[in-house]
Ligand binder design. Structure first.
Ligand code: ATP
Ligand code: MG
Length: 140
């Protein structure tokens, strides 16, 4: 199978609690390779644009402000079947419903402050990667 890429975000609840290394270790143990990574402070415009697909949902405003509350770590992960594999390691959106070994079951604070974001399809991954990274920043 070809190597796939996906966009990962370690959210403010995770960076605030110094969990970058612990979460990255779970990704790497699952065979995902961190091929680009940076710690950034999102602007309101960036967070709003990134989550524009959720604009009509009741939690949109709260989600955007939570994404501004501390720095995030944005990453590109590479591997076979990376999009699906990453979502499996992340676990269900609601940590109460996530499998015990997953990032969200172990670390998420709530359904909103759920520690990580992952692209949900290879097509969306390409768009989301281009939102944060130039091609020259992604190295094998
Ligand atoms: P993500 O897109 O972050 O990887 P996801 O695909 O599991 O997560 P989505 O339905 O795309 O979940 O929702 C995007 C984000 O919005 C979630 O990760 C979570 O932070 C927040 N969210 C989703 N549902 C709720 C909810 N019912 N209440 C509060 N926040 C929510
Ligand atoms: Mg999603």
């Amino acid at each position: 199978m070809a190597i796939e890429h996906t966009l990962s975000i370690l959210k403010p609840d995770a960076t605030r609690r110094n969990l970058t290394g612990k979460i990255n270790a779970l990704f790497e143990a699952a065979g995902l390779r961190i091929v680009a990574q940076k710690r950034i402070q999102l602007s309101e415009a960036e967070a709003g644009a990134f989550y524009a697909v959720h604009k009509e949902r009741p939690f949109y405003g709260s989600l955007v402000s939570s994404m501004l509350s501390a720095p995030v770590v944005v990453q590109v992960l590479a591997g076979e079947n990376a999009v699906a594999k990453h979502r499996e390691v992340m676990g269900a959106t609601d940590p109460k419903k996530a499998e015990p070994h997953t990032v969200r079951a172990q670390f998420a604070e709530s359904i909103e402050a759920n520690s990580v974001h992952g692209s949900d399809s290879p097509e969306n991954a390409a768009t989301e990667i281009a939102f944060f990274f130039a091609g020259t920043e992604i190295l094998p």
